[in-house]
Design a protein around this ligand. Structure first.
Ligand code: 5GP
Length: 118
């Protein structure tokens, strides 16, 4: 079933996960393998495989990713120190889960934007 990603199961609360935020468009929860003191995933409730698959009708949900990221960054106390928002698409970006999501990372100096080749 196309909707059966691990994130879809979290959204439907079939997998117990501490949900930090949920509304009719997006859901946020902590990454299971955090790469920074704050590492939250904000996912679209609709299963969109990658950014290649976004539709005009998704624009409200895609905008909501940012407003929820800003709200959570403030709640986590990293809005002033700073944070990084990342959306990976497909193999070269290392996308693991085919369900559109934004990473909210912060709480330490995050270093260069991308890893050097090699
Ligand atoms: P991607 O590489 O697709 O942009 O990021 C997928 C992220 O999902 C990874 O950082 C990974 O640690 C996280 N992840 C994968 N499976 C689970 C899970 O079952 N629960 C949570 N909370 N995070 C997950």
């Amino acid at each position: 079933m196309a909707d059966d990603t691990i994130f879809a199961k979290i959204i439907r609360r079939e997998i117990p996960t501490d949900i930090l935020y949920q509304d009719e468009l997006v859901t946020a929860f902590r990454d299971i393998h955090p790469q920074a003191p704050t590492h939250i995933l904000i996912v679209t409730n609709r299963t969109i495989a990658t950014t290649n698959d976004v539709q005009p009708e998704d624009e409200l949900a895609l905008g909501r990713l940012f407003t929820v990221a800003a709200k959570l960054a403030k709640e986590m106390g990293i809005d002033e120190s700073g944070y990084r928002l990342i959306v990976n698409c497909n193999r070269d970006a290392g996308q693991e889960v085919p369900h559109l999501h934004m990473h909210l990372l912060g709480g330490r100096r995050l270093g260069p934007l991308v890893a050097r080749p090699g």
